[in-house]
Structure formats: C-alpha cells, structure tokens
Design a protein around this ligand. Structure first.
Ligand code: OGA
Ligand code: NI
Length: 346
C-alpha cells in the first residue's frame, strides 16, 4: 500500500537507510557501574575488573552506558526542565539566538547529515568561552537566551559537571589501553568541547525520516544524556546489526569518537549511530562532545604501534578535520561528508 507522505521531501531518507529493522533492546551496549571510582581522580587503585569492562565495551561496541557517575540527579532534572522550556518557546523567541554566518553556536532547526535533513532542532553551547576565533575561524562565544530564566547558569553548571565525568572516563580508557591515566589530558588544555541540546519532535512519518542520520562522532568522547523516550540506535561492530539503546533513568551513554579510533589505531572504533523518531512523543537528549583543541595533531599513539601493527592513519589536524566535516553537514554536496577513513593509509 502507498504510504501517505506528510513530511517535506528534504527529510526523506533513501530506502536503505530508513529505520526499519531495529534489533532488540534487551541485550545491547554494556552497562558499567562507576561506583568503584570513589575519589575525584582515577588513581592506580582503580579495580582491574572495571578497566577490563571498559576495554571490552570500547573494543566490541565503541559504546556503553554508565551509572553511579557522580553527576547529581537534581542537576539532570534542572537541565531537562530548562531544555524543555527553551524548545517550547515561540519560534521568534528562539530565532533571537539563532546561529548565523559569523557564529555557529546557538539555535538552529535544520541540519543535513549525509545530505538529508534531520528531524530535530538544536541548541549548541561551547563549554569554554573565549574571545576571538580559533584557528579554523570558529567563534567561541555563546548566544544565551533571556528566557527561560536561569538557562545559562544551569547549562554552565551542567557542562562543568559532565566535563568532569568525561575526564574520568578519559583516564579509564587510557588505563584500558595500558597507558598512564593522564596520557590524553594535554590534548584538552584548549578543548573545543561542545554541549548540544537536541529536541526531536513527533513525526507523522517516522518510518521515512531520521532524527539524526547515521554518522560517527568526530571528537574523542561523547557523554550523552537521553530522556525516557528512546530512539538512539547503534551499529554493532561484529555484524553491523542495529541496536536500540535502552533508556536507563539517570544513566549516561558514552561513546568513543573518530579521534580515539585514530589514537588507538583501530583497536577502538568510532561506532556508527543514528536517531529514530516516533509519531507520538517528543524526545530530548544532551550530548557533551569532548573535543581536542583545534590546533591538535592527532595520530596513532606510538605506544600502540609496532612492526606487526603499523600506523593505519596519517596525522590529521583536528580543526581542519571538523571544519571539513561541518561544511559537509551544512551544505548540500554531491559527495558524502568527509570521514575519518579519508585519512586512512589503507
Ligand atoms: C549526536 C547524536 C544522539 C541522540 O547529536 O551526535 O548522535 O540520542 N545524538 O540524540
Ligand atoms: Ni552522534
């Protein structure tokens, strides 16, 4: 039977990428309890079982969920409320903080992933504001809305708290690669980390569109909070099956990005993921993208390469890499966006 199409053509996914076959929610990405990390920083006293869990999750999935992570439930409630209140504002109010040619931060309602429009609206916040522009021309000043009241304070506090968690995860991942826990810290002294508020409205044709088309995150780590609706799908490394990530109250979803794929010389792969939408419920999520400074050079770590396992990537400049990808996301190009494999030696 012909499906009655009610959404604009620009949102419609090619047949092969529509969100049809999602495998069960029952067993999917691993769940890791971080309560053994009682102090602020990871020390040598981190239990080996925890490190082994992180290693297996990064190797097999590139994705896992964490509980007992140290970010308070009260702060999560506050962030959820501020996010809902912001996206519920009239369009004209949201447009006052819209991204523009000079500054990509703030509100926007259209993004292309792989040249198809995503079914979502977004608000981007840089975690560390600075004057001027960075080496690839990004403005680093946030656009804060006047309403809802307390929006700025809430997300400044939230970014701080989640960034702290991201650094603890970075240390755990370093340990899982047999590296010193602070091995990666130097890459984040002028980090371009980004907090993104996502709103996926209900869609009359959820089978034809995606909230975010299939993609890989470019940065080092993503630490994402999702509400109870569900919709994030992850592709399993071993067989390419799609799995829905089950919403767990107050948990964070963690994934390694392209930068870790290069650093680890493919031991940890940046997993493909996408967001499916539904016809009834709004969905809200808040990813924190831990991203190196734009001027950072990223290449496979010396400690992880040898004659038997030679470097699989050439050095790349992180700023150039993300800006090349971003252009692909915003403009309609005939080719796929630049991807990490373009830097592969294979
Ligand atoms: C992203 C993303 C997933 C989600 O913004 O890069 O993958 O659940 N979001 O919103
Ligand atoms: Ni993503």
């Amino acid at each position: 039977m012909e499906q009655l199409v009610q959404v604009d053509q620009a949102f419609i996914q090619p047949q092969e990428h529509r969100p049809k076959t999602v495998v069960s929610e029952a067993d999917g990405i691993p769940l890791i309890d971080l309560s053994p990390l009682s102090s602020d920083t990871v020390s040598t006293a981190v239990p080996e079982t925890l490190v082994a869990q992180v290693e297996a999750a990064c190797r097999d999935w590139g994705f896992f969920q964490v509980i007992n992570h140290g970010v308070s439930p009260e702060l999560l409630r506050k962030a959820e409320a501020a996010q809902r209140d912001f996206f519920a504002l009239p369009e004209e109010e949201k447009r006052k903080v819209r991204q523009d040619e000079q500054n990509a931060l703030g509100y926007y309602e259209s993004e292309l992933t792989k040249n198809v429009r995503d079914w979502k609206e977004v608000f981007d916040i840089i975690a560390h504001e600075r004057d001027g522009i960075d080496v690839v021309g990004l403005v680093l000043r946030n656009k804060w809305p006047q309403v809802p009241l307390g929006f700025r304070e809430t997300f400044e506090e939230y970014a701080k708290s989640v960034e702290k968690l991201a650094f603890r995860l970075l240390e755990l991942i370093a340990l899982s690669l047999d590296l010193p826990p602070k091995k990666f810290n130097m890459f984040f002294e002028e980090a371009n980390s980004l907090l993104r508020l996502n709103h996926y409205p209900p869609c009359p044709n959820p089978d034809l569109v995606l909230g975010v088309g299939r993609h890989k995150d470019p940065g080092a780590l993503t630490v994402l909070y999702q509400d109870s609706t569900g919709g994030l799908d992850v592709k399993r490394r071993s067989d390419g099956e799609w799995f829905r990530v089950k919403p767990i109250p107050d948990a964070f979803i963690v994934n390694v990005g392209d930068v870790f794929q290069v650093w680890s010389n493919d031991k940890y792969e940046s997993a493909e993921h996408r967001v499916s939408v539904n016809s009834e419920k709004d969905r809200f999520s808040i990813p924190f993208f831990l991203q190196p400074a734009s001027r950072s050079k990223v290449q496979p770590l010396e400690e992880l390469i040898d004659d038997k396992n030679p470097a699989r990537y050439n050095e790349l400049n992180y700023g150039e890499f993300i800006s090349a990808r971003k252009d692909g996301n915003l403009k309609k190009l005939e080719v796929e966006n630049i991807q990490i494999t373009h830097f592969s030696r294979a």
